[in-house]
Design a protein around this ligand. Sequence first.
Ligand SMILES: [Zn+2]
Ligand SMILES: [Zn+2]
Length: 304
Amino acid sequence: MWLWETLVGLIVWTAKGIAEHATTTRFLASFGFFLLVVLAQRVAGRLVGYVAWTRALLKSAAASLGIALLNFSVYPTLLAMTSHGVERLWLFLRVPRLPASTWQGLPLWLVALIVVVAYDFADYWNHRLMHSKWVWPIHAIHHSDPVITPLATHRVHPFEGLVMWTSYFVLLGWLNLPQGTLGIGAVILLLHNEYVHMNVDWNHGPLWFLVASPRFHRWHHADVPQAHGKNLANVFPAFDLLFGTYYNPGPCTERVGAEGVPENDVVKLMLFPFVAWAKLAGAWTSRLRSRFRRTGDPGSTPGP
Ligand SMILES: [Zn+2]
Ligand SMILES: [Zn+2]
């Protein structure tokens, strides 16, 4: 009953929220922001000398931009929905949180560092989950980009936000970290995420293990079996070293992208999870059916 009420509540809330947030102003504001990102990327590209404005890059950037605009209009609702859902879960499970006083008296930089480490720990595990069979169809949209640029940061299916934020609300909610530093941490994460999607072969020299580099993350996007599901941390490669998913054999010249996933068609990308799940469910039910048929087959029963 509790679950049913929560589900109905969430659906009604989502519908209302989308209606409230999907305003022209929001779209215009998002579009303005992304023009700035594109411009900044162009200037940065000139500075490091990597951006060639090829047709492939423009197509990729346009698709990422379209997805980002869509996300900007639905994120506030999805975020509120996740926060509400996890809050209700905490209340239901009656899990005690760390007291807010735990963080009092600590210097701001230390709390901010703890926030970033906590975010990244949550990201490592939600990312690992997103590379599993049934959740991959959501995350495949991020991997669909055939040309990696900072805009790829925003090329994610809206459902990916649900997975990410749930992990944040569960872990960071339990840690009860101060709101202000959570905001600082989120900005650091976003900027760093844009940085690792730059199309450059930087590896941070002897400090390669300290903070994730563009080369580290490019290997994550490489469409070769040995790199699949590797380099899952956003900021700290230490998590990959610790949990056995680190992969960085040198400069990455492999093709980036994801086999079988549309490249730049925004509508197809948004529908991709549903299509992939339908295929997975079809394969699963036919496997189940053939197993039942085998066990029900008199010829397969052992003789006396
Ligand atoms: Zn990934
Ligand atoms: Zn990426």
